[in-house]
Design a protein around this ligand. Sequence first.
Ligand SMILES: [Zn+2]
Length: 91
Amino acid sequence: MGKGKGKGRVIGMGGNPQQPPQAQMKLDPTKLPTVHCENCDSIFWEEVTMFKEVPAVQSPNGQKSMLPIPVVRCAECGHVSEKFLPKELLP
Ligand SMILES: [Zn+2]
């Protein structure tokens, strides 16, 4: 995991978001529990991006912009686990 780092970053309209460098973790994945989908029990996930609109008055550069929020959803049924996305962020 380790996602959600770039949450506070605001990019302009049509901006090109840069991927934050992946942190090197010294963990053995074979000893870690696999995250299963609560809905369909799938173990595969995909990352999609949700955007929040930032009004000009709240934007750091004074211009209307978009705040990208990375979201992980189940690759099988599209279920978004609360492990990856807090409920408060959902519309
Ligand atoms: Zn699922």
